[in-house]
Design a protein around this ligand. Structure first.
Ligand code: FMN
Length: 177
């Protein structure tokens, strides 16, 4: 798909995944897209943990689908955790700002690039905000001090229907001068 706005409209949170495995090559392309995201001072303050072996995917899903929340995590065929890494800013900027100052925005861009690349390959994604971080960290060998920027479930959508986007109207968000 060449029309970026169409891709952005099609990308939606997938909460029903098909029982179909996700090809390693497709996941690799999603990570590659995320790696190409822009970042302040090109610091690239991220790393990626890709969970794709069925055994680990099942165990990771148990860390997400808990207390009756996010039950569809159990259908995901892969997960990626995006971790925040130390942002090494250019010295003239680092002396003015905390080194992680841009990192949150950078990590959001990386997550968006990941999900949009997934969409362009016909995959569905669901970002999860609530999950058992200590349990997931232990499972994946993630050091306790790490900041989690995103946890994304991936699979083929079971339902191809594109929902109408619920968004604030443009005139409430934009002021042109
Ligand atoms: C950081 C973040 C955390 C989210 N956490 C969850 C979640 O735990 N469960 C869920 O079903 N959706 C989750 N979502 C999806 C949002 O609800 C969704 O992006 C929003 O409603 C807009 O819908 P759309 O993605 O279909 O356009 C999350 C999204 C983001 C960006």
């Amino acid at each position: 798909m060449n029309d970026f706005l169409e891709l952005a409209k099609r990308r939606q949170t997938c909460r029903e995944f098909a029982d179909r495995p996700v090809e390693h090559e497709k996941l690799a392309k999603c990570v590659e897209a995320a790696r190409l995201a822009p970042s302040g001072c090109n610091a690239q303050p991220w790393s990626f943990v890709v969970v794709e072996s069925p055994d680990m995917v099942g165990k990771a899903a148990e860390c997400v689908a808990m207390n009756g929340m996010n039950p569809y995590a159990a259908q995901a065929k892969a997960f990626v955790v995006i971790l925040e890494e130390h942002a090494k800013l250019m010295p003239q900027i680092a002396c003015m700002l905390d080194s992680q100052y841009f990192a949150k925005g950078d990590l959001g861009a990386a997550a968006a690039y990941f999900c949009l690349e997934a969409e362009s390959q016909g995959l569905g994604t669901c970002q999860f905000g609530i999950y058992d971080r200590p349990k997931l960290g232990q499972l994946l060998g993630i050091p306790e001090h790490k900041q989690y920027a995103a946890l994304i479930g991936i699979g083929y959508p079971a339902n191809p229907e594109v929902r109408i986007k619920q968004r604030k109207p443009l005139d409430q968000l934009v002021r042109s001068v």
